[in-house]
Structures are given as C-alpha cells and as structure tokens.
Design a binder for this molecule. Structure first.
Ligand SMILES: *Cc1c(COP(=O)(O)O)cnc(C)c1O
Length: 383
C-alpha cells in the first residue's frame, strides 16, 4: 500500500470488540446483528425500511429487480461513476444509457436529463429506472431530478455508495424523499465500512418486502404470503432470488462503524477545507466545498489535462496514492461493445481527462496532507 493511500478505513478497539463478540456467539449469520444494523441505517437516514446485503452492487441489482426492470426496459445513469451503477441494469437484461454530467458537481446534470427525457418521450424510448449517483458524497439535485422523473414516470434509485451521512437540503441522504430506493456501500474505502456490505433503504413496504425476499433465494416463511398453509418446517419460493445475505460478522462491524460516522465526516470535511485553501493558487479546479457532503473523495481537475499522467506518476513515485474517479463507464470495452463511443458524453470525458483524486480519510494527518499538497505543487511545476 502507498505510504499515503487515497482512502483508508479507520478501525478502533470498539470495532474489534464488536466483531469478536459475534465470533463468540451462536450466530455467524442470520442472527440478531443484521436486523440491528438495518435498524441503525433506517434511523440514521430516516427511511422506513433498510435491507442489508453483501455489497452495494448486490443492493443495486436487487433494487432493479424489485422495480421490475427487465429485458426491453432501459436504465440510465451517470457516465462518471463506478461500473456497478450501470451493470445492475445489464444484470436484469435491460439496456443501459447515460446522462452527461454537470462539470461543476460531477453529478448527473438535470438540464441534460430534461433534454434527453424529452427526446426519449418522443421516440417512446423512456427509461424505466434512473440511477442517480451522489458523486464523492455530495448529493445530486434530487428535487429537480425527481420532478422530471415524476413527469415521465421513471423510477429513481439513488446510488449513495459515497454518501452515507451526507445531507441534501438538510435531510439525510437515504431517506428516499425523492427516490424509490437508495443504496449505500460499506466497502473499506467508503465513509464507513463493514468489510463488505451494502444496504438498500426505502419508504415503500412492498419494495422492502421484495428486496428481503430476493436477497435470500426468493424464499418466504411469512404465512400471510404463502399459497398454502405451511408445515412447521415449511417455506415457499416465489421468485428467482439470490443469496446476497450479509453475515452477522460484517453487520456488527458496520453497526459499530455507524456510531462513529459523524466524527469521520467532520474530520473529512476539515481536511477538505484545508485542501480548498491550500490549492487556491494552483492551476487546478477544486470541488465545490459542500458542507452537506460526506466527503468520500476529494476530486480535483488539472487545468492542463495533458500533464495529468506525469503528475499522477510523480506523486505515486513518492508513495502518495492518488487515483482517478472515474474512467467514464461508456468508454469501457464492455460498453463500447454495446455500441457506445468516445465522444458520446463530452462533459464526462472532459472532466476525466484532468481528473485526480487526492488522499482523504479520517486518519490522514495535517502533516501528511501538507506532504500531499507540496508534492502536488512540485509535480505540477515539473510536468
Ligand atoms: C463502491 C461503489 C459501488 C459498489 O459498492 P460495493 O459495495 O463495492 O459493491 C457502487 N457504486 C458506486 C458509485 C461506488 O462507488
């Protein structure tokens, strides 16, 4: 690992103890920790229902299935995201398309969305599902996006993988005020971790029930739902579900981490403010200093995009783990094979050309941050 990686989990004695307790208990999976973890996420987000699974990728897949996305349907998302935001549509056999970004926020642009929806309505090619990504932890403009989605009857999944603990207009992201389902990731590089885990939140009881059933083989033991009276050992399979269950070991870690969420984000925001000041005179575009963001990533853009590779390599050579988020999804060979071409989403591609992610995590010290800033300055001068 780089001396200063771009992201890193913060674990404490409290987290170790939470995991150890599960290891010594009767249930490694399907015990009490998963519902407790789900209750903690529901409380934090204000959602009525939270369904925990083994990754955000699984949660996105189940969210699409719960919304009955299938062959012949379309899913749209942002090209500046991790591939999982688009792949969930492909898992369901749907066609995937993209909406270009707002270059200031790097989130899906509502104006581009409005234009594309109007065109799609005219050609009867409207999407069934829109996956809205909260890039780097700052919420997309959900009120505007939801108004458009409502007008054209498009369901919304928020890919809030970066945004646990973030707010939008003072409400916690994940409360689903403007969406059908929100999805969070607990991968170690994200704001809080469970090792691996994903959680889907929703206000809709029917969707919650579908998510629960689909995460465990499409099976139910709920007498109310069963076609026949069940024997004491009975269960019924009603749909083709997966095994996307989360273990109690992971859930206990996730739950313990959530109790530290506020301090993690406060620390991330303080570091983001320091970057913001320190980079003011460099030839870089800084991210909007959004106080409601979860600050999963600190994304800059080099004004001279042609120096990005040299800057990247110079920083890596000094043990500074810079990164790039993200390679536009439509330029991946898999999506090119489906017919997308470079140039299809020019704002996303323009952002990507100069994009660089600087280290940001709770344990990054001010001294380390100063090392990053000095190395960046020198790398830009030398490039
Ligand atoms: C990390 C990430 C995912 C996938 O999360 P996993 O928990 O690793 O499956 C999906 N979407 C975005 C935007 C992500 O950053």
């Amino acid at each position: 690992m780089a001396l200063i990686p771009y992201g890193k989990q913060h674990l404490s004695e409290q987290d170790y103890a939470a995991v150890l307790e599960v290891l010594k208990s009767d249930y490694l999976t399907q015990g009490p920790q998963v519902p407790a973890f789900e209750a903690a996420v529901a409380e934090l987000t204000g959602a009525a229902h939270a369904v925990a699974v083994n990754s955000a990728t699984s949660a996105l897949h189940l969210a699409c299935l719960a919304l009955e996305l299938g062959p012949g349907d379309r899913l749209w998302t942002s090209p500046i995201t991790f591939v999982a935001s688009a792949n969930c549509g492909r898992y369901c056999g749907a066609e995937v398309d993209f909406v270009d970004i707002d270059p200031n926020t790097r989130n899906l642009c509502p104006k581009q969305l409005a234009k594309k929806l109007a065109q799609a309505a005219a050609t009867h090619t409207l999407p069934k599902v829109l996956v809205v990504v909260h890039m780097a932890g700052a919420s997309a403009p959900m009120a505007e996006i939801a108004a458009l989605a409502k007008r054209y009857q498009v369901a919304i999944i928020e890919d809030a993988s970066h945004a646990m603990g973030a707010h939008y207009q003072e409400a916690a992201v994940g409360g689903c005020q403007y969406s059908d389902i929100s999805v969070f990731s607990f991968h170690p590089v994200k704001v809080v971790t469970a090792g691996e885990a994903g959680v889907a939140t929703t206000q809709n009881a029917t969707l919650a029930k579908a998510l629960c059933q689909l995460r465990s083989h499409g099976i139910t033991r709920d007498a109310e739902d069963c076609h026949a009276a069940l024997p004491p050992w009975g269960y019924e399979q009603h749909a083709l579900g997966m095994n996307y269950r989360l273990s109690d070991i992971h859930a206990a870690l996730g739950r313990s981490q959530l109790t530290q969420l506020r301090s993690f984000i406060a620390r991330r925001f303080a570091l983001a403010e320091r970057y913001h000041q320190a980079l003011a005179d460099l030839p870089v575009k800084r991210p909007v200093l959004d106080p409601e963001s979860a600050w999963h990533l600190y994304l800059i853009e080099l004004e001279h995009a042609d120096t990005r590779r040299a800057v990247f390599e110079a920083m890596c050579a000094q043990g500074i783990g810079v990164n790039v988020h993200y390679i536009p999804v439509h330029t991946q060979p898999y999506y090119q094979a489906l017919g997308f071409e470079p140039g299809d989403f020019p704002l996303a591609e323009q952002y990507y050309a100069g994009a660089l992610t600087l280290p940001l995590y709770p344990d990054l010290t001010k001294q380390q941050q100063d090392t990053v800033i000095a190395a960046l300055q020198k790398a830009i001068e030398d490039a």
